[in-house]
Design a protein around this ligand. Structure first.
Ligand code: HEC
Length: 174
């Protein structure tokens, strides 16, 4: 090994030793504030853990849907240019299974999480929690899962049992 290489290795060793003290990070980026972490912490668990305050019914959700969702998902959740959101009930064991949120999804709470996280497709995060509860209620109502007047909130949404719920197997023991 040349003198230069020895010198270089020693330098690298010393540099590493001086800059990467135990417990120190690589000095990249800036720490997030508690508020920024809270804004990104939007996961809703199947049992409803993480659901925010707020509420809505299918009645109030109709206008939310028409203004923000119909253009892509069609009138009443069918016939749009993107995913069909309504129907397919009883079709899963047929030759032409039609998986929709109503016929396939096991948890109503996932619908809230998904819409809040990802919809409207072009402007996710633009709806208030009341509007998300309302449009969730409207889609569950269109799928004949809840009544038009049923108020959904952090307590009632986890109680809604989805038609295909029992056909899922929980892979992790409780
Ligand atoms: C600009 C078009 C567009 C708009 C507007 C839109 N969506 Fe979507 N939506 C999509 C697309 C595209 C997908 C499929 C996304 C994927 O698979 O990654 C989707 C998927 C979904 C799904 C999942 C369906 C499934 O079975 O997996 C739901 C639920 C949904 N949208 C609800 C809504 C709601 C509620 C609104 C209004 C608040 C909305 N969407 C507005 C385009 C749109």
């Amino acid at each position: 090994m040349s003198m230069f290489n020895r010198w270089l290795i020693t330098l690298l060793y010393l540099t590493a030793g001086t800059t990467l003290q135990a417990g120190e990070g690589p000095s990249l980026g800036t720490p997030l504030s508690a508020g920024e972490v809270a804004a990104a912490d939007i996961t809703v668990m199947p049992d409803g853990e993480g659901l925010p305050t707020g509420s809505g019914t299918a009645k109030t959700g109709t206008s939310v849907y028409l203004a923000n969702c119909m253009a892509c998902h069609g009138e009443k959740g069918t016939g749009g240019i993107n995913d069909t959101l309504v129907g397919g009930h009883g079709s899963l064991t047929s030759d032409r299974p039609q998986k929709t949120i109503g016929s396939f999804w096991p948890y109503a709470t996932t619908l809230f999480d998904y819409v809040r996280r990802a919809m409207p497709y072009q402007t996710p995060g633009s709806l208030a929690n009341d509007e998300i509860y309302a449009v969730t209620a409207y889609l569950l109502y269109l799928n004949d899962i809840i009544d038009q007047d049923k108020e959904l909130n952090a307590e009632t949404l986890p109680e809604v049992k989805m038609p295909n719920h029992d056909n899922f197997v929980w892979a992790y023991s409780p």
